[in-house]
Design a protein around this ligand. Structure first.
Ligand code: UP5
Ligand code: MG
Length: 196
């Protein structure tokens, strides 16, 4: 398939760690295509005629992980579209894989990732960022109750994926507590160390 020649970097980190913010910097400087699993799910939720709309809405509000078949398919479709329309095969896959089954399925059926960029951020900092963003984001999960649930899912379900990759020496860990520019300095250093 076209996808198995892609260069994929997974971008992980807790809710509000700054994944999307840093992905925008990387796209600008390194020519990757940014695919946010959360954005793709929200688009699918809003798409006329989607059979998954209501299900996605419930999962996101509850901070739960949508069944992987849906998310993997959305990512594959987006990758194929990008490869066919632009020829670009470099992808930043943001907010995915956040459950072990997704990680295994994607790396087996689509393509193994080059590495995972992991944004390390304390919960209190993430909470402040999300509540602040919630004033204007319109996101159904940027409220106290959903944020608590997202944190719990992150710790219980997503961190084991990061730890698995870390055990394989496939994680670039970046401290994400400082401002966006400082964090991006760390990203550039981590990329350089991996030959990018
Ligand atoms: N901000 C960013 N960086 C900052 C910095 N260094 N200093 C100060 N402020 C900073 O940033 C969040 C906010 O913080 C913004 O206001 C930003 O300006 C500021 P952002 O870059 O948006 O952080 P990000 O990590 O992308 O946060 P996001 O809320 O998108 O993370 P989530 O992982 O929670 O959201 P996502 O969209 O990935 O997933 C949402 C839901 O979709 C999940 O909870 C789940 O229900 C579902 N989902 C699945 O089911 N399966 C998947 O595979 C993926 C998602
Ligand atoms: Mg995001």
């Amino acid at each position: 398939t076209a996808q198995n020649q892609a260069l994929v970097i997974f971008v992980l980190g807790g809710p509000g760690a700054g994944k999307g913010t840093q992905c925008a910097n990387i796209v600008r400087d390194y020519g990757f295509k940014h695919l946010s699993a959360g954005d793709l799910l929200r688009e699918e939720q809003d798409r006329q005629g989607s059979e998954f709309g209501d299900m996605i809405k419930d999962y996101i509000k509850e901070g739960q992980i949508v069944p992987m078949e849906v998310t993997v398919q959305l990512l594959e479709n987006a990758m194929t579209h990008e490869i066919e329309t632009s020829g670009n095969r470099r992808f930043l896959i943001d907010g995915f894989p956040r459950k072990m089954d997704q990680a295994v399925a994607f790396e087996e059926k689509v393509v193994p990732s080059k590495f995972t960029l992991f944004f390390d951020c304390p919960e209190e900092t993430m909470r402040e960022r999300l509540l602040n963003r919630g004033k204007t984001s319109g996101r159904a999960d940027d409220n106290e109750e959903s944020i608590k649930k997202r944190f719990r899912t992150f710790v219980e379900t997503s961190m084991p994926v990061v730890e698995m990759f870390e055990g394989e020496g496939r994680v670039v860990r970046i401290s994400a507590t400082q401002g966006p520019e400082e964090v991006y300095e760390g990203v550039k250093k981590g990329f350089a160390e991996r030959g990018l």
